[in-house]
Unconditional design. Structure first.
Lengths: 482, 429
């Protein structure tokens, strides 16, 4: 809560009166949450009336909810009244003036990842006058997308320009009351991404938040809604491999995916938020609700995630397989080191006939990291011939870390076939020895073994992402063995 | 219902004198425990109405209800072997066969407490925390049960038979069994839970087992209570260095049944093997709950559970292996396979691994499926009728596990019960 406290102190110093700062350069509402904050957010975003009502409803429900404590996580309680729920992008005055002012550790990582200098500046939040050439890149992209009929914009923009789609789909997959964090998000989300792929359209390029530059700092409460209409295809990339600094400690995002008949949504995430110092101090709390519904027959949703950052990760990208013959997939690599803790996994709800789901989860724990896989596979009564295969493997590096698996399997249909396999072991001494004997350094050997361990998941990532993810993994585990 | 039930058990407990310290702990816990509910991880999938919506009367000792001949028909060991009979939890010397045998001491638990038998202080030390309401009820309500201590390698098996049968109708039996296999001693303990009539009571048993260094215990258990009974067995096992425990539980009977295993290692190089088979048909509910704790290095465990479900049967498997920080070189394997034969059956399974040590090998596997059509085709192509083929496949699936009992008479009995139960099911499929 340091950042928030600091912010509070600063605000107090400024001799600031009750009410909201409406100064365009540095608009921040004072910490605390009540209806007026929600009204302010909604008004600032020029939202239609129905959105405000929806937010207020969520807020009322949130008030009655309790923070869940079932996850295998330990963290200091979050004080929801000490958080500022609306802050516009950092003003240029606060930002580092040049790369010299940026944490050298961060720069070293950028270097290793091979990120160009200009991009490094952007990622580190260095004030740059013009956002180099991605402006033009983005413009070209937008033109191309518009030609295909794809809507790709911020969710605030969508609320103003496509209220009918928002009204029809928002909150249908993750309802306001789904869980504590989703309710909070519904009440106060400030921005996010909206994607609509029209019927029988193959999105001409991989969509990425990275290029959606119109609103860069989407803040801590992000909301994403992706709708793939009949027969369409989209691949969406979220996050980026470079470590990102963020002054907000709590992140509670919601992602909703809707795949209609024959549609295919591929959602890939690389999450590398600040994990905090050695003791996890200052790291990001990442409480994310992600769910997709395969609403139409033969639809398919595929989640791929590489989780290396954050001090706390609480995340279960799920699939509701409603349509007959629909497919749900979940591929995950989660790395915890230092004092990082992750409780992540998936839920697969089989409702339609002949539905198939695949779960591949690879957990790597090093130092004092705690990594838990928590998954649910539910075969409903009507899920004729439902199939699930789950594979979750854990790799332990060091004697102070932990790896846990909590699979829940519920089968109410005799024609369903469910398989679950899990293994936990450490890096094989013999494997390590074999590599070392052939002249590889210990670090390279570990990186090679770990990459092999994760290969199944990386294969699911789009090409350039996969290359970056591999490098990222190597950096994340640097010095873990030895 | 809830508060009333707690009050009810508390009142019952208040009238029972404390014979041993564990009972005081039970009474104290009875004042503190929360009723089991589905929000508690350990009870998540277990339906609770059958045991929480009933106020069972506490069982009392009933003499003359059964004859030794009745017992003979249930036994799986030869007539001259030791056989301990517990009727509604109470030790019945006139029904038991208790020949003197070197290295073996078998006593009524109440008597063992009174005479301060060797090791009686261990009573309640494993189940001490009384994890839930029924654990507390067991400790608080009676000191009925049996005490078994083995100091030598015994060639003859010992049979222990729990019978729930009462004139009073719906009674709650609370037997407690203390088994101590001292250093380098070994024993085969055959445990049967048998029904004498279609009774509607509840069995709430607690068994504490201590294995000394290098001790070995083979512990096959056949639960064949009446299809209207509620059955809860909690087993607490502690293994010293280099000991071997092999437990095979066959849960076939009861309307509502839950078997809990709480196993802990106190010394290195010990091995445990927990096997279980459950048959959940008609409106039966079978739950298996495992808590295997690897707290010391160099131990290994194998947990293998299988189940067949039909009718409106429901089964719950909740297996947890916890490997603590210092338990390096742990080797633990857990598997759970389920065969579902009907549309209305439901299986909820939850194999968990919690690991805090790095130099370990742990795995778990789970499958849920129906009869493989290829297997069926193979048999039918050889002229075997469909229902017989189905029966064969089910028998084969179960037999692999039942064979772990290592006592042919018990295996045969279990298989014949299974066949009897499954035959009409296979015929109707």
């Amino acid at each position: 809560m340091d950042a928030a406290e600091q912010q509070l102190a600063e605000l107090a110093k400024a001799g600031y009166e009750a009410g909201f700062v409406s100064n365009i350069e540095s608009e921040t509402v004072p910490p605390g949450l009540d209806e007026s904050v929600i009204r302010y957010i909604s008004a600032r975003k020029n939202e239609p009336e129905f959105m405000l009502e929806w937010r207020l409803e969520a807020y009322q429900k949130w008030l009655a909810m309790e923070e869940p404590d079932w996850a295998h996580l330990k963290y200091t309680k979050i004080d929801y009244q000490s958080i500022s729920y609306f802050s516009a992008p950092k003003s240029a005055a606060d930002a580092p003036k040049s790369l010299d002012e940026v944490d050298p550790e961060l720069l070293r990582v950028y270097e290793k990842l091979g990120i160009p200098l200009e991009e490094q500046k952007m990622l580190a939040g260095v004030a740059v006058d013009a956002v180099f050439d991605s402006v033009s890149v983005a413009t070209t992209f937008r033109k191309q997308l518009a030609e295909a009929g794809v809507i790709f914009c911020s969710i605030s923009e969508a609320m103003r320009e496509h209220p009918e789609l928002i009204k029809k789909y928002l909150g249908t997959v993750v309802p306001q009351t789904d869980n504590f964090f989703a309710a909070l998000n519904a009440a106060v989300f400030t921005d996010g991404t909206f994607v609509y792929i029209p019927e029988n359209t193959r999105c001409p390029m991989e969509l990425s938040t990275y290029f959606r530059i119109n609103e860069r700092n989407t803040g801590q409460f992000e909301r994403t809604l992706i709708i793939a209409d009949k027969g369409s295809y989209v691949s969406y990339l979220e996050g980026c491999t470079a470590p990102q600094r963020d002054e907000n400690q709590l992140h509670a995002a919601v992602v909703e995916l809707i795949a209609l008949e024959d549609a295919y949504i591929k959602y890939s995430t690389v999450q590398n938020w600040y994990p905090g110092d050695e003791n996890g101090k200052g790291g990001i709390y990442n409480f994310v609700t992600k769910r997709g519904v395969c609403a139409g027959d033969r639809s398919r949703i595929s989640w791929t995630q590489v989780e290396t950052g954050s001090s706390i990760t609480w995340k279960y990208p799920s699939c509701v397989l409603k349509g007959d013959d629909s497919i749900g997939e979940f591929y995950s690599v989660a790395v915890t080191r230092g004092a990082q803790q992750a409780d992540t996994g998936t839920k697969m709800f089989h409702i339609g006939k002949n539905t198939t789901s695949t779960i591949v989860s690879k957990g790597i724990s090093a130092d004092r990291g705690q990594n838990a896989y928590r998954g649910l596979v539910r075969m409903n009564k009507g899920a004729e011939n439902g199939r699930n295969h789950t594979q979750c493997d854990s790799l332990l590096i060091g004697d102070k870390c932990g790896a846990h698996t909590f699979p829940y399997i519920e089968v109410a249909n005799p024609t369903a076939k469910v398989e679950h396999e899990a293994t936990t072991s450490k890096i094989g001494e013999d494997q390590l020895f074999y590599c070392r004997q052939r002249g590889l350094s210990e670090e390279d050997a570990v990186s090679m073994i770990v990459n092999g361990f994760c290969k199944e998941v990386f294969n699911e990532l789009p090409m350039e992402f996969a290359v970056e993810a591999r490098k990222l993994l190597a950096i994340s585990l640097e010095g873990a063995v030895g | 219902m809830s508060a009333a039930l707690l009050d009810y058990y508390q009142t019952l407990a208040a009238n029972v004198p404390n014979e041993h310290a564990y009972q005081a702990v039970g009474k104290q816990r009875l004042g503190l425990v929360e009723l089991p509910n589905r929000k508690q991880e350990a009870w998540r999938y277990t339906p609770l109405a059958p045991v929480l919506e009933h106020q069972f009367a506490a069982a009392s000792r009933e003499e003359g209800l059964l004859e030794p001949a009745d017992i003979a028909s249930l036994r799986v060991t030869p007539a001259d072997h030791v056989c301990v009979v517990l009727l509604n939890g109470f030790f019945m010397p006139e029904l038991s066969t208790l020949p003197a045998q070197a290295g073996l001491e078998v006593l009524d638990l109440a008597q063992a407490i009174q005479t301060s038998a060797v090791g009686i202080e261990r009573l309640g030390s494993l189940s001490g925390e009384c994890l839930h309401l029924f654990g507390a009820v067991n400790a608080a309500l009676t000191s009925a049960g049996a005490y078994i201590r083995v100091t030598d390698k015994l060639a003859q098996p010992v049979e222990i038979m729990h019978i729930n049968y009462s004139f009073d109708g719906e009674v709650l039996s609370n037997p407690r069994v203390l088994v101590q296999v001292e250093a380098n001693a070994s024993l085969t303990l055959l445990e049967q839970h048998a029904a004498f009539a279609d009774v509607l009571g509840m069995h709430n048993g607690v068994t504490e087992i201590f294995l000394g260094e290098g001790a070995a215990l083979n512990h096959p258990r056949l639960q064949n209570d009446s299809l209207r009974t509620r059955h809860l067995s909690s087993l607490y096992i502690q293994q010293a260095a280099s000991s071997v425990y092999k437990g095979t539980t066959l849960a076939l009977g009861s309307a509502w049944s839950r078997t809990e295993f709480h196993l802990d290692f106190s010394g290195g190089h010990a091995h445990c093997e927990l096997n279980g088979f459950y048959l959940a048909g008609e409106q039966q509910m079978q739950a298996m709950h495992l808590d295997v704790l690897h707290s010391v290095p160099d131990c290994s465990s194998r947990e293998s559970f299988k189940g067949i479900l039909y009718g409106q049967g429901k089964a719950v498997f909740d297996g947890n292996i916890l490997v603590k920080k210092d338990a390096q070189q742990t080797d633990a394997r857990l598997s759970n396979d389920n065969l579902v034969l009907s549309r209305e059956a439901e299986i909820d399974t939850k194999p968990r691994l919690e690991i805090y040590a790095d130099d370990v090998q742990c795995s778990h596997g789970t499958t849920v499926g129906q009869i493989d059509p290829e297997m069926l085709f193979y048999l039918r192509a050889r002229g075997i009728p469909k229902s017989a083929a189905m029966g064969m496949i089910c028998q084969g699936f179960a037999a692999e596990l039942i064979a772990h009992c290592d006592y042919p008479a018990l295996e045969t009995k279990a298989l014949s019960i299974l066949q009897e139960r499954l035959m009409p099911v296979a015929a109707a499929l």
